[in-house]
Write a protein that binds this ligand. Sequence first.
Ligand code: ADP
Ligand code: MG
Length: 219
Amino acid sequence: MIQLKHLFKWYNVGGTRSFVLKDVSLDIAEGDFISIMGPSGSGKSTLLNIIGMLDEPDEGEYIFMDENVLEMKAKKRTQLYQSHIGYVFQAYHLLDELTVYENIETPLIYKDISSKERKAIVADMLDRFGIVGKKDLFPAQLSGGQQQIVGIARALAGSPKLLLADEPTGNLNSKQGEEIMDLFKQLNEDGVTIIQVTHSEKNAEYGKRIINMLDGQLK
Ligand SMILES: Nc1ncnc2c1ncn2[C@@H]1O[C@H](COP(=O)(O)OP(=O)(O)O)[C@@H](O)[C@H]1O
Ligand SMILES: [Mg+2]
């Protein structure tokens, strides 16, 4: 599904190159469930952002479903992202001026889905995550954990083939965290490919393989 070949990413700091990713190569098969671990600053979010097509490497190649991501037009890349990838962000990235309902509906608007069908999907998500009573609230009116749940519901609303999650349970209590990990496991069994960044050994064990990062390199 995904081939990353010799990715490099760097920033120029005071005239010298500071590498965030150093020669990262990785193959991810459809149906895989990968947990990425590593200390803060090791490049985990940068790698996930590149896989999620939100960032680009300075060097290297990225193939997604047999297409060369870095060489395609931006419009095509956006289309590819919107139709296949769900992203759970570390810091939620909910739209503050939209309600919970509207936040979850947003990715569906970009897809070719009728408004009736959208309503049904959002209702299903609200129900599945136990947030029906919150649907008309704005993100600022929710706790961090609740915002994270909305972020997860939004990522899954479009039935993505690939789910990317950056510390998805970081702001959840342990029971909520376990529920999310069980959900990920179920989604993976249903065929969704998952890449999660986590600091928790226990959550990492839900993956089929664990990848360790250190100083921008895979260990
Ligand atoms: N604009 C920037 N300029 C310089 N360094 C940056 C910039 N953005 C990110 N970095 C650096 O990239 C490194 C990797 O960051 P990140 O991918 O967020 O790591 P992680 O998710 O593993 O904590 C960090 O050391 C960070 O300081
Ligand atoms: Mg990070």
